[in-house]
Design a protein around this ligand. Structure first.
Ligand code: THU
Length: 157
């Protein structure tokens, strides 16, 4: 027997330390949560995905009276991006959220497990790392890939 530990690389930064393209992605994710439909949780999430064709696709969580029928911001954006631009590959994603107090959440928001698995699918399709930027009120966490958000991920290929 042996113990194995898996390290997750995370860089903490201020938004003004990001590249202009990354800053743009963060501000589009922040704008996207304003368009979320979250009358049940009052937790508004926005996601912005940069594609290799230069397009940026955004999405927000869309809730439903039948709770499980709602969808997270990341999946709204990812499915819209790949159904609109099936040839394009994901390059980066930024995720931001406003909490039930109406303020942007202090700690960078992290995607749920299902969204990590969905994003991993598109990272594999891209055959390149998709940078993940988790946005908080005055700092961001940057992860180099979706894979790093989901250690021991299920994978068929
Ligand atoms: N939510 C997201 O949009 N993304 C996540 O990664 C986690 C949760 C949404 C789902 C639901 O509408 C609300 O946040 C509260 O869970």
């Amino acid at each position: 027997m042996k113990d194995i530990s898996i390290k997750v690389p995370v860089t903490e930064a201020r938004v003004d330390e990001l590249t202009p393209a990354e800053q743009e992605l963060v501000s589009l994710a922040r704008r996207a949560y304003l368009r979320s439909y979250a009358p049940y949780s009052h937790f508004h999430v926005g996601a912005a995905i940069l594609l290799d064709n230069g397009e940026i696709v955004t999405g927000s969580n869309q809730e439903n009276a039948a709770y499980p029928s709602g969808t997270c911001a990341e999946r709204t954006a990812a499915f819209y991006a790949h159904s609109t631009y099936p040839e394009a590959r994901f390059k980066a994603i930024a995720i931001a959220a406003r909490g039930t107090d109406g303020e942007e959440i202090e700690l960078p928001v992290a995607p749920c497990g299902a969204c990590r698995q969905v994003l991993l699918e598109y990272e594999k399709l891209a055959e390149a790392d998709v940078k993940v930027i988790l946005v908080g009120r005055d700092r961001v966490y940057i992860l180099p890939s979706v894979r790093s958000t989901l250690p021991l991920a299920f994978s068929e290929f």
